[in-house]
Design a binder for this molecule. Structure first.
Ligand SMILES: [Zn+2]
Length: 273
């Protein structure tokens, strides 16, 4: 399976870059005398950074999810002997109805997942900046009453820390784990690209009457290992005592996040071992 490392790395770099620019924007704030007006100027710049990131990632998804689907179709065309080379197969790729539908859903899904990251960063940063304005005002008031001209270093350090951490959480998942924006984006796109590749493989195979597949091998070191080389059914409609793709996935051992396992379709399971 093509790994799309180069494409994923480019998107992850865009998130890293945006996070870095937001951090620098926050570091530029004069926390010792932070006015609401200055905070709003910084927030407007941050909103621009995130909007352009959203645009870039939407374009990335619209180009790369279909590319992963084409990869899966090529996989099937070669496995079933419809084409001999990847080049020949590329020329024959066409999205059937199942794949057109699946790709549209995968694009929408992935875009929603990525949008959730920038929305979270936006919300956290906004709330941290507004908190900083309030903290700064309060600390200045107290310092003035105490006859000092500037607020204490401890307060400034704490304000810096909470602003910095606001931009470092992209997503908190259902298990309560915090994901840095770029790490989450890497995991989500890798997982969605692999799922799209696999589903496109299945949809093309089923249309061509191939209902079985053998799971790929790359000497995995996780729970997937015991699934390498095993035969699955691509649909519960197919006869035979093999687990279906969904049953294999439901074990939680294979096709987990970041899993790179794919499968090679075949018309007859006895030709696979
Ligand atoms: Zn795996």
């Amino acid at each position: 399976m093509p790994t799309y490392e180069y494409e994923i790395a480019a998107l992850v770099a865009a998130y890293k870059d945006a996070v870095g620019r937001i951090k620098r924007e926050l570091e530029r704030l004069d926390l010792a005398g932070l006015s609401r007006a200055n905070a709003e100027i910084a927030l407007a710049e941050i909103a621009r950074i995130l909007a352009s990131l959203n645009e870039e990632s939407a374009a990335w998804v619209a180009a790369n999810i279909p590319a992963a689907a084409r990869g899966g179709i090529v996989n099937t065309l070669i496995a079933l002997g419809v084409a001999e080379t990847a080049e020949q197969a590329q020329a024959l790729v066409k999205f059937n109805r199942m794949n057109a539908n699946m790709v549209a859903a995968a694009i929408a899904d992935t875009q929603a997942d990525l949008l959730a990251v920038t929305q979270n960063v936006d919300r956290r940063v906004r709330s941290a900046v507004r908190q900083a304005v309030a903290d700064s005002m309060r600390a200045n008031m107290a310092a003035g009453i105490n006859g000092r001209r500037t607020i204490s270093r401890d307060i400034l350090t704490e304000m810096r820390r909470s602003l910095g951490s606001a931009v470092e959480t992209g997503i908190i998942d259902a298990a309560g784990r915090r994901w840095r924006p770029e790490v989450y984006v890497d995991m989500v796109t890798r997982t969605k690209m692999a799922a799209t590749y696999n589903e496109a493989t299945t949809n093309e195979a089923i249309q061509r009457g191939a209902f079985y597949a053998v799971i790929s091998r790359h000497n995995a070191t996780d729970a997937c290992t015991k699934w390498e080389g095993r035969i699955i059914r691509l649909t519960a409609e197919a006869p035979g005592d093999y687990p279906t793709y969904s049953e294999a996935k439901a074990t939680g051992e294979i096709w987990h996040p970041n899993c790179r396992h794919t499968y090679i379709p075949a018309r007859r399971p006895d030709r696979l071992t």
